[in-house]
Design a protein around this ligand. Sequence first.
Ligand code: ADP
Ligand code: MG
Length: 276
Amino acid sequence: VEALPRPAATRVIVVANQKGGVGKTTTTVNMAASLALHGLRVLVVDLDPQGNASTALGIDHHAEVPSIYDVLVEGKPLADVVQPVVDVEGLFCVPATIDLAGAEIELVSLVARESRLQRAIAAYEQPLDYILIDCPPSLGLLTVNALVAGQEVLIPIQCEYYALEGLGQLLRNVELVRAHLNQALHVSTILLTMFDARTRLASQVADEVRTHFPEEVLTTAIPRSVRISEAPSYGQTVLTYDPGSAGALSYLEAARELALRAVVAVDAAEGHGSVG
Ligand code: ADP
Ligand code: MG
């Protein structure tokens, strides 16, 4: 696998969509593994009490494991809860345990309740190229913490009926956080997931999303693939579970697009050269 450019500063990407089952967790872990396999240093922050991203990365997350809960609620340093992912060099994970289900309520009475994750990330000293944050399927304080901590939002959209339903609410929340808490925040990337090229519906949804978000949608769509859905039960991403599969190749390609786009965007902002 070719090397990808290192971003000038750590890119913090929030993977969000308040709908469940659209591919947030699958996208987080597989994009993260793809970036790491390209030679980058990547941290996944599991911010869903279900801990599905932790499971998919083979990270133990029973109730006693030091986790993102300790960071958000107890103020523990991120460095104390980061674990390396076995099998993928350069990939790390902050697990979520079931305690996190209570954090949504516990955070309400804490100081700086919206920016606790942002502060923890700012204080983390290990060099990282990417941080990917896997959000729960809601727009509560956990997701707000992610939106305050990140610069970019990546929205996975499942190519199904009602794909765009509820998206307006997410976009309004991004605007609110941008206006009041985090000027840098923007929706940088939309990824079409579970795409089935054989169905007309999937193509129609894909066209509709591309019409609404011509700049943000990645050219690569992730196909519906049994290998992708099997991998988590082995505590693996599809990149190690079945590296040659169509699903693995699609995530590698999507990660490559994500990494190269930022370089183009930075060049354009600095006034070098043209954007293709
Ligand atoms: P979310 O985190 O948004 O709730 P998940 O990533 O957990 O969504 O995906 C929901 C379900 O769909 C999971 O069972 C997952 O394995 C499956 N899935 C996700 N992406 C694909 C895909 N490209 N092909 C087949 N199954 C997929
Ligand atoms: Mg999930």
